[in-house]
Design a protein around this ligand. Structure first.
Ligand SMILES: [Zn+2]
Length: 314
């Protein structure tokens, strides 16, 4: 798969305007939502960095409320190499698994130290859009978490088409589930968008469309205020659909294979369909009309999720 996009030059964005490296904050001076847009939580996921760089370059300022932009894991990003782009996902550990008190209290890794710098900016926000991309070419999707308020908000955006409802990862809490964002009783809204393959030009378009719809839905942007083309959803002919993840398929061995090159979002009509093998054992779909979410063998090791099974919500 060709890696089409170039890493953005972030030499001027790195300064930030807050005292925290690569964090930008703009206060309209008017009451309104406090919105955080984050990119580069994974250092090889460039589309979000391009979207935030372009938003800054456009001179955009919130019409009301406050806006924070964060380029998250620059130490990992600085190691980016398109021939081995997975290697710059993180330095010591996944920055999207450290959002829990006991890990933040033990700043023994690059990612925990950076999470501690970012934490006040995460905690002060009442809306979060976290921009990511994917290991494999796959349709873009919105990861909502299980809270209904996030699913409802995702359905107001109109983009991307697929909303994936999942409970996160056993190996650590994501930024989008941290503190107020994971509080079932709370009001704070958090969405994570997977914009397509890391190296696809289209991932930048999806990131920019998502940022635009998010800022419009929060009321931070007025129609027509965003850079040219960002508000255009004419390529989104299909209505959105909600997919409930019922279980991850976690590799038990290094010896995992798929029966074909699944792209993601395939709906397999018959329960028991063999989609792959793990150490000689078949991996089968557990129910009829099972949808495959983000299949990838790229990081397949014991304990790593290689695909998720989901049911379409009607
Ligand atoms: Zn990511």
């Amino acid at each position: 798969m060709t890696f089409e996009i170039d890493p953005p030059d972030l030499s001027s964005e790195r300064a930030g305007n807050t005292g925290t490296t690569a964090v930008w904050h703009f206060d309209s001076g008017l009451p309104g939502p406090n919105v955080l847009l984050s990119a580069l939580v994974h250092g090889n996921e460039l589309c979000g960095a391009w979207a935030l760089k372009n938003l800054l370059a456009s001179g955009f300022r919130p019409a009301k409320g406050k806006l924070t932009l964060a380029f998250c894991n620059l130490v990992a990003f600085d190691q980016f190499n398109r021939q081995a782009h997975d290697a710059s996902r993180f330095v010591d550990e996944d920055l999207n698994r450290v959002w829990m008190a006991q890990k933040l209290a033990d700043p023994s890794t690059n990612e925990r130290r950076r999470a501690n710098e970012l934490e006040p900016w995460v905690r002060q926000a009442d809306y979060l859009l976290d921009l990511h991309s994917m290991h494999e070419p796959s349709p873009p999707l919105l990861v909502t978490g299980v809270l209904q308020r996030n699913i409802d908000f995702g359905l107001r955006l109109g983009v991307p088409r697929h909303l994936v409802v999942d409970a996160g990862h056993k190996d650590g809490t994501r930024m989008r589930d941290y503190a107020q964002f994971g509080d079932p009783q709370g009001q704070a809204l958090a969405l994570l968008v997977e914009c397509g393959f890391h190296g696809a030009v289209s991932s930048i378009t999806v990131a920019q469309q998502s940022v635009a719809q998010f800022l419009l839905a929060c009321g931070l942007a007025q129609p027509g205020q965003l850079p040219a083309g960002w508000e255009d959803l004419s390529d989104q002919a299909m209505s959105q659909q909600v997919l409930d993840v019922t279980e991850p398929v976690v590799a038990r061995s290094k010896n995992v294979s798929f029966t074909q090159q699944w792209q993601g979002m395939e709906c397999l009509p018959v329960a028991g369909t063999v989609i792959g093998h793990d150490d000689g054992q078949p991996i089968v779909t557990p129910y009829d009309n099972c949808v495959l979410i983000m299949p990838s063998l790229r990081q397949a090791l014991p304990g790593v999720t290689v695909v998720r099974f989901a049911r379409q919500r009607h």
